[in-house]
Write a protein that binds this ligand. Sequence first.
Ligand SMILES: [Cu+2]
Length: 248
Amino acid sequence: MKLTRKAALVTAAIPALVLITPVGSASAHGYVSSPASRAAQCAAGVLDCGPTGPRYEPQSAEGPKGQTTCSGGTRQDFEVLNDDNKGWKVTNVGSTMTVTWTFTARHATRDYEYFIGNTRVGFVAGNNQQPNNPTSHSINLGGFTGRQKLRAVWNIGDTVNAFYSCIDINIGGGPTNPPTTTTTTPPPTTTTTTTTNQPPVGGTWAPNTAYATGATVTYDGVSYRCRQAHTSLVGWEPPNVAALWERI
Ligand SMILES: [Cu+2]
């Protein structure tokens, strides 16, 4: 009788333990599942990312907000995600792409940010609400082209932390040199007698056209000023490429 009672107590205790263990904080967060982020590729076994870390917890690349890493900078076994030369699978995308997050815990969300290099190409407010799972965002890639690393950041609303997810993409298949915001060539002044690339005044934007810095165009009835000299391409329409065209 005594034995049976003891056994019953032990059995009763087991389900409680089993329930508590998986709810531990280490496994509960989120990552970009589509297109397959670096961590998603680790979890799928596409690449060998080591015996721990993203292999089993693609959702745990966590760290303080404001970092520029893919790993979150907290756990050493996630640093493999920062290796740009690991041979990550690259996804071909257009000038706009859909990014899908999978959450294992739907934390109240401050916002989402998307970066290429130091340029923030996307922002989605979270309003401190719990997100749906999964959650998808359409991100305009800001006129960048070619092989790029999109860094997706999920900023949590009620902790100091964020979750980081890097996605290797090939945008458009156009020229490999993306427009950047680093050039600060001033607009040609009236005293300059340069005859090349004179800003067309008030023309309609067209592809395969050389535009000088300061040139103004209209597109869909809206006026824009050229931020830096370039030759236009389909896909680089003024509303798509903030690095090249400023709305006026
Ligand atoms: Cu979490």
